[in-house]
Write a protein that binds this ligand. Sequence first.
Ligand code: FMN
Length: 294
Amino acid sequence: MLEVRIGDMVLENPTVLASGIMGTTVSSLNRIARVAGGVVTKSVTSEPREGFKNPTVVNVNCGILNAVGLSNPSAKLFAQELERYNGEAPLIVSLAGSEEEIPELVSFFPMAQGFELNLSCPHVGSMGAELGSDPELVENICRRVKKRTSKPIFVKLSPNVTDIVEIGRGAERGGADGVVAINTLRAMVIDVEAGKPILSNRIGGLSGKAIKPVAVRCVYELFETLKIPVIGCGGIITWRDAVEFLMAGASAVQIGSGVFYGTSIFKSVIEGIKDFLVRKNLSLEDVIGMAHRN
Ligand SMILES: Cc1cc2nc3c(=O)[nH]c(=O)nc-3n(C[C@H](O)[C@H](O)[C@H](O)COP(=O)(O)O)c2cc1C
């Protein structure tokens, strides 16, 4: 009833763990994969990255602001950790780096069932959203990754661009199997007593409830133009949020900040979608893109 197919990837249900939240250890990935339809790892780079100094995360009204700085132990070490992945849900490894580095990372992860290209981190300059703001560069990276793997690849898009659809088109031309919308929005919080920004990096990325309407709009626009599937992400806390994304055109949804309310969020979103379909006598296909037809 809830099974979805995205490219060659079959998800038992349309919920997926978003990158960066609990995706740093294999034990948490294994745990969430018992319930979620898929799991995405924390983004990994070729060299180890310490990330930024604390504070890297701050709570704001209706959301979270973070500038973690893509901290990770390197592709080589993270791959050793992921060898112990035993979840039933597809494991999607999130890759970050330069145009040259990203395609080379693929060979470290034979256990992956797909790859997400993080071309949208808002606070790491040339390895993040700068890459993802140029449709030709996005197309090029996708082509290069596709040459290295026959597994599905997804491009994680940034909302911090003038036209997200242009970037999505670049991903589609490059052979991506889907796009993920959205990564965090560039944002800042200032401590008025200290008179300076709270995050050590000063600027970070906003996630959670506050960004949901922006994310829903991005999914809606991408669905209108692209032929490849769109995966929605941004501020999903309840099943209603998830259904909103499906109606905007998402084939599946990723949950990130919502996990801070507890990992039971996956179960409650899945159950909620199921009850909604029964109550309305609809199939998942009926709901996907519904807002475009009404
Ligand atoms: C603490 C934190 C770390 C994150 N790290 C990554 C990351 O490594 N790679 C990535 O593509 N997105 C990362 N994200 C972005 C999320 O995957 C997601 O796109 C964003 O938070 C919006 O979804 P949400 O509102 O459900 O959190 C991170 C988000 C947070 C809050």
